[in-house]
Design a protein around this ligand. Sequence first.
Ligand SMILES: O=C(O)CCCC[C@@H]1SC[C@@H]2NC(=O)N[C@@H]21
Length: 198
Amino acid sequence: MRKTMAIATTPLVSLALPEKGAARLATQLLLAIVGTLLLTLSAKTRVLLGPVDISMQTLAVFLISAAFGMRLGVATLLLYMAEGAIGLPVFQGTPEKGIGIAYMLGSTGGYLFGFVVMAAIVGWAADRGWDRHPVKLFNAILVAEIVMMAMGFAWLALLIGPEKSWQFGVAPFIVGDLIKVGLAASLVPAVWSLLKRS
Ligand SMILES: O=C(O)CCCC[C@@H]1SC[C@@H]2NC(=O)N[C@@H]21
Protein backbone atom coordinates (compact mmCIF):
# COMPACT_ATOMS: atom_id res chain seq x y z
CA MET A 1 0.00 0.00 0.00
CA ARG A 2 2.77 2.43 0.99
CA LYS A 3 4.65 1.62 -2.23
CA THR A 4 1.53 2.35 -4.35
CA MET A 5 0.97 5.72 -2.64
CA ALA A 6 4.61 6.64 -3.06
CA ILE A 7 4.47 5.89 -6.79
CA ALA A 8 1.39 8.09 -7.09
CA THR A 9 2.62 11.23 -5.36
CA THR A 10 6.23 11.37 -4.20
CA PRO A 11 9.81 11.38 -5.57
CA LEU A 12 11.89 8.23 -6.02
CA VAL A 13 13.63 8.54 -2.66
CA SER A 14 10.38 8.00 -0.76
CA LEU A 15 10.47 4.36 -1.79
CA ALA A 16 13.59 3.93 0.35
CA LEU A 17 12.62 6.15 3.31
CA PRO A 18 11.15 4.81 6.55
CA GLU A 19 7.77 6.49 7.11
CA LYS A 20 8.70 8.51 10.23
CA GLY A 21 10.88 8.87 13.30
CA ALA A 22 14.61 8.69 13.91
CA ALA A 23 15.14 6.04 11.22
CA ARG A 24 13.66 8.38 8.60
CA LEU A 25 15.87 11.26 9.74
CA ALA A 26 18.99 9.09 9.83
CA THR A 27 18.25 7.77 6.31
CA GLN A 28 17.74 11.32 5.02
CA LEU A 29 21.04 12.42 6.60
CA LEU A 30 22.84 9.46 5.05
CA LEU A 31 21.31 10.21 1.63
CA ALA A 32 22.35 13.87 1.89
CA ILE A 33 25.93 12.86 2.74
CA VAL A 34 26.01 10.36 -0.14
CA GLY A 35 24.59 13.13 -2.37
CA THR A 36 27.45 15.48 -1.44
CA LEU A 37 29.98 12.73 -2.21
CA LEU A 38 28.41 12.31 -5.65
CA LEU A 39 28.51 16.08 -6.17
CA THR A 40 32.21 16.14 -5.23
CA LEU A 41 32.95 13.26 -7.60
CA SER A 42 31.02 15.04 -10.37
CA ALA A 43 32.97 18.28 -9.72
CA LYS A 44 36.25 16.44 -10.13
CA THR A 45 35.07 14.75 -13.36
CA ARG A 46 36.04 17.70 -15.51
CA VAL A 47 37.64 19.08 -18.64
CA LEU A 48 39.88 22.09 -17.96
CA LEU A 49 38.91 25.21 -19.93
CA GLY A 50 39.78 28.38 -18.00
CA PRO A 51 37.89 30.40 -15.38
CA VAL A 52 35.06 27.83 -15.55
CA ASP A 53 35.54 24.17 -16.51
CA ILE A 54 33.26 21.51 -17.96
CA SER A 55 32.16 19.09 -15.24
CA MET A 56 29.38 16.64 -14.42
CA GLN A 57 27.96 18.76 -11.58
CA THR A 58 24.82 19.87 -13.41
CA LEU A 59 23.92 16.24 -14.21
CA ALA A 60 24.51 15.28 -10.55
CA VAL A 61 22.29 18.15 -9.32
CA PHE A 62 19.52 17.20 -11.79
CA LEU A 63 19.55 13.55 -10.74
CA ILE A 64 19.84 14.19 -7.00
CA SER A 65 17.05 16.76 -6.89
CA ALA A 66 14.73 14.78 -9.20
CA ALA A 67 15.24 11.66 -7.05
CA PHE A 68 15.19 13.42 -3.64
CA GLY A 69 12.47 16.05 -4.16
CA MET A 70 12.69 19.68 -3.10
CA ARG A 71 13.35 19.49 0.67
CA LEU A 72 16.01 16.78 0.69
CA GLY A 73 17.44 17.98 -2.64
CA VAL A 74 17.93 21.54 -1.37
CA ALA A 75 19.21 20.24 2.00
CA THR A 76 21.80 18.14 0.15
CA LEU A 77 22.97 21.14 -1.89
CA LEU A 78 23.15 23.30 1.26
CA LEU A 79 25.24 20.61 2.96
CA TYR A 80 27.51 20.58 -0.10
CA MET A 81 27.87 24.38 0.10
CA ALA A 82 28.59 24.14 3.86
CA GLU A 83 31.29 21.53 3.23
CA GLY A 84 32.85 23.86 0.67
CA ALA A 85 32.51 26.90 2.95
CA ILE A 86 34.49 25.21 5.76
CA GLY A 87 37.30 24.51 3.31
CA LEU A 88 36.75 20.93 2.15
CA PRO A 89 37.95 20.47 -1.46
CA VAL A 90 34.50 19.60 -2.84
CA PHE A 91 34.30 22.09 -5.71
CA GLN A 92 35.65 22.03 -9.25
CA GLY A 93 38.77 24.14 -8.66
CA THR A 94 39.45 23.40 -4.98
CA PRO A 95 42.02 23.39 -3.53
CA GLU A 96 44.22 24.61 -6.45
CA LYS A 97 42.20 27.81 -7.12
CA GLY A 98 41.51 28.48 -3.43
CA ILE A 99 39.15 27.11 -0.79
CA GLY A 100 36.22 28.10 1.42
CA ILE A 101 34.21 31.32 1.15
CA ALA A 102 36.95 33.02 -0.89
CA TYR A 103 36.62 30.32 -3.57
CA MET A 104 32.81 30.53 -3.43
CA LEU A 105 33.00 34.25 -4.21
CA GLY A 106 35.29 33.59 -7.17
CA SER A 107 34.57 32.93 -10.84
CA THR A 108 32.21 29.98 -10.28
CA GLY A 109 30.29 31.43 -7.32
CA GLY A 110 27.18 32.24 -9.35
CA TYR A 111 26.86 28.66 -10.58
CA LEU A 112 27.36 27.27 -7.07
CA PHE A 113 24.51 29.34 -5.62
CA GLY A 114 22.59 28.60 -8.82
CA PHE A 115 22.85 24.87 -8.05
CA VAL A 116 20.77 25.41 -4.89
CA VAL A 117 18.06 27.24 -6.86
CA MET A 118 18.25 24.57 -9.57
CA ALA A 119 17.70 21.82 -6.95
CA ALA A 120 14.68 23.74 -5.62
CA ILE A 121 13.08 23.99 -9.09
CA VAL A 122 13.75 20.37 -10.15
CA GLY A 123 12.81 19.06 -6.68
CA TRP A 124 9.57 21.08 -6.76
CA ALA A 125 8.71 19.47 -10.10
CA ALA A 126 9.54 15.97 -8.79
CA ASP A 127 7.32 16.56 -5.73
CA ARG A 128 4.46 17.11 -8.20
CA GLY A 129 5.10 13.90 -10.13
CA TRP A 130 6.74 15.55 -13.15
CA ASP A 131 9.65 13.13 -12.69
CA ARG A 132 7.45 10.39 -14.24
CA HIS A 133 7.12 12.25 -17.57
CA PRO A 134 10.18 12.91 -19.76
CA VAL A 135 8.73 16.03 -21.42
CA LYS A 136 7.49 17.63 -18.20
CA LEU A 137 10.78 16.82 -16.45
CA PHE A 138 12.80 18.10 -19.42
CA ASN A 139 10.94 21.43 -19.26
CA ALA A 140 11.47 21.78 -15.50
CA ILE A 141 15.18 20.91 -15.72
CA LEU A 142 15.64 23.26 -18.67
CA VAL A 143 14.11 26.17 -16.73
CA ALA A 144 16.34 25.29 -13.74
CA GLU A 145 19.42 25.15 -15.99
CA ILE A 146 18.63 28.55 -17.53
CA VAL A 147 18.15 30.15 -14.10
CA MET A 148 21.43 28.63 -12.82
CA MET A 149 23.34 29.69 -15.96
CA ALA A 150 21.90 33.22 -15.67
CA MET A 151 23.18 33.40 -12.08
CA GLY A 152 26.59 32.05 -13.16
CA PHE A 153 26.76 34.52 -16.05
CA ALA A 154 25.68 37.52 -13.96
CA TRP A 155 28.23 36.86 -11.19
CA LEU A 156 31.08 36.19 -13.64
CA ALA A 157 30.10 39.33 -15.58
CA LEU A 158 30.66 41.39 -12.41
CA LEU A 159 34.20 39.99 -12.26
CA ILE A 160 35.30 39.98 -15.92
CA GLY A 161 32.57 41.86 -17.83
CA PRO A 162 29.56 40.57 -19.80
CA GLU A 163 31.33 39.77 -23.08
CA LYS A 164 34.01 37.61 -21.50
CA SER A 165 31.44 36.11 -19.15
CA TRP A 166 29.43 34.93 -22.17
CA GLN A 167 32.59 33.74 -23.95
CA PHE A 168 34.06 31.79 -21.00
CA GLY A 169 31.04 31.19 -18.80
CA VAL A 170 28.11 30.30 -21.06
CA ALA A 171 28.95 29.57 -24.71
CA PRO A 172 31.28 26.57 -24.09
CA PHE A 173 28.64 24.81 -21.99
CA ILE A 174 25.42 25.15 -24.00
CA VAL A 175 25.60 21.91 -25.99
CA GLY A 176 27.06 19.76 -23.20
CA ASP A 177 24.59 20.96 -20.60
CA LEU A 178 21.65 20.43 -22.98
CA ILE A 179 22.80 16.81 -23.38
CA LYS A 180 22.88 16.48 -19.59
CA VAL A 181 19.35 17.94 -19.36
CA GLY A 182 18.12 15.37 -21.88
CA LEU A 183 19.95 12.54 -20.12
CA ALA A 184 18.48 13.32 -16.70
CA ALA A 185 15.00 13.87 -18.16
CA SER A 186 15.16 10.41 -19.75
CA LEU A 187 16.82 8.49 -16.91
CA VAL A 188 14.53 9.35 -14.00
CA PRO A 189 11.21 8.54 -15.78
CA ALA A 190 12.86 5.34 -17.09
CA VAL A 191 13.53 4.25 -13.51
CA TRP A 192 9.86 4.92 -12.67
CA SER A 193 8.73 2.84 -15.67
CA LEU A 194 10.96 -0.06 -14.56
CA LEU A 195 9.58 0.14 -11.02
CA LYS A 196 5.99 0.16 -12.23
CA ARG A 197 6.63 -2.95 -14.31
CA SER A 198 8.25 -4.89 -11.45
O1 LIG B 1 33.36 25.67 -8.77
C1 LIG B 1 32.49 24.83 -8.93
O2 LIG B 1 32.53 23.72 -8.39
C2 LIG B 1 31.31 25.15 -9.83
C3 LIG B 1 31.62 24.90 -11.25
C4 LIG B 1 30.48 25.30 -12.18
C5 LIG B 1 30.65 24.80 -13.59
C6 LIG B 1 29.58 25.32 -14.53
S1 LIG B 1 28.00 24.64 -14.12
C7 LIG B 1 27.34 25.04 -15.66
C8 LIG B 1 28.43 24.85 -16.68
N1 LIG B 1 28.47 23.49 -17.16
C9 LIG B 1 29.62 22.90 -16.92
O3 LIG B 1 29.92 21.72 -17.27
N2 LIG B 1 30.43 23.73 -16.24
C10 LIG B 1 29.80 25.00 -16.00
